[in-house]
Ligand binder design. Sequence first.
Ligand SMILES: NC(=O)C1=CN([C@@H]2O[C@H](COP(=O)(O)OP(=O)(O)OC[C@H]3O[C@@H](n4cnc5c(N)ncnc54)[C@H](OP(=O)(O)O)[C@@H]3O)[C@@H](O)[C@H]2O)C=CC1
Ligand SMILES: Cc1cn([C@H]2C[C@H](O)[C@@H](COP(=O)(O)OP(=O)(O)O[C@H]3O[C@@H](C)C(=O)[C@@H](O)[C@H]3O)O2)c(=O)[nH]c1=O
Length: 282
Amino acid sequence: MSKRSIKIVVTGASGQLGQCLKSISTNWDYSITFLDKQNLDITSVKQVYDVLTTIQPDIIINTAAYTHVDLAEEESDRAYQINAEAVNTVTRFCKENETKLIHISTDYVFDGEGLEPYTEERETNPKTVYGASKLAGENSILNSNLAAFWIIRTSWLYSNYGKNFYKTILDLADKNTILSVVNDQWGSPTRAEELADFILRYLPQLSSETRGIYHFSNSGSCTWFDFAKAILNKHNSHTEITAIKSSEFPTKARRPSYSVLDNSKITQVFKYKFKNWLDALG
Ligand SMILES: NC(=O)C1=CN([C@@H]2O[C@H](COP(=O)(O)OP(=O)(O)OC[C@H]3O[C@@H](n4cnc5c(N)ncnc54)[C@H](OP(=O)(O)O)[C@@H]3O)[C@@H](O)[C@H]2O)C=CC1
Ligand SMILES: Cc1cn([C@H]2C[C@H](O)[C@@H](COP(=O)(O)OP(=O)(O)O[C@H]3O[C@@H](C)C(=O)[C@@H](O)[C@H]3O)O2)c(=O)[nH]c1=O
């Protein structure tokens, strides 16, 4: 399949990753249709079939998701509808139409009790509704026996688009708030533009040979406190910041203490070189 002929649909197009994909899409010779929730609500089986049958994409990049980690604890049904049932519908469409699927998942599928980076083979054990609903989405793809799919688990995504920790910290700093940030949860911040670039650059290699789960995160690890400090540094902000324990920042959903992803499979399979998280922050 030549690059020019690849027809792609991006779901959840007005979200963070969707907007990153759109912002760099002109660098590529693909025919990409960006569909936000108004144009394609993935929880509507009829819309999924009507819209996608009309477009007949070669590849669907599913960035649509319910990502409100705390609210999901109260809106479990909605989280499962979007992150699990709708993923099942999209997967069914892909299977029936021989469409390839790139689906995005999360480090929160792990319980965070590990002490070393999580490989793709490691047992999952989500502790939050968000994580469990995303895992259910992964499982519907894995159980479908779809010929060509990538499930890309990423972590701590940030960019200038949408809502994310990076922007929240800058907003709080702007308001001159004294920041208190947890220093006992470890992970790997991942620049969303880098993930978007990886997806568009490597998608011609999506095939039955490369199908499977992949971990994509910038290399190295830090705590949310380290990340916040680096964000403030980058923006020459002198806002005061204190390291606190998770117990001092109670949230509805308990985040994993350690959710660093081992990204070496992508390096091995695609010869891809990840940036360190601090270098990626710039
Ligand atoms: N953000 C992060 O830190 C991380 C994200 N991920 C995963 O990466 C993917 C992209 O995340 P990100 O872009 O940051 O998330 P966003 O929340 O920014 O984007 C998700 C988009 O999906 C849309 N959406 C929600 N419900 C539906 C629906 N029924 N039909 C169609 N679209 C819908 C949302 O619209 P609306 O907001 O209007 O509901 C939103 O625009 C997700 O799968 C997420 O789970 C993984 C690890 C880290
Ligand atoms: C804003 C803020 C957060 N925190 C803590 C709360 C939490 O434990 C941690 C992260 O905060 P957030 O709620 O912004 O991040 P959170 O929504 O948990 O981010 C997650 O989003 C989902 C979608 C994913 O898939 C994950 O990879 C991850 O990126 O930092 C502070 O300690 N101080 C603060 O001022």
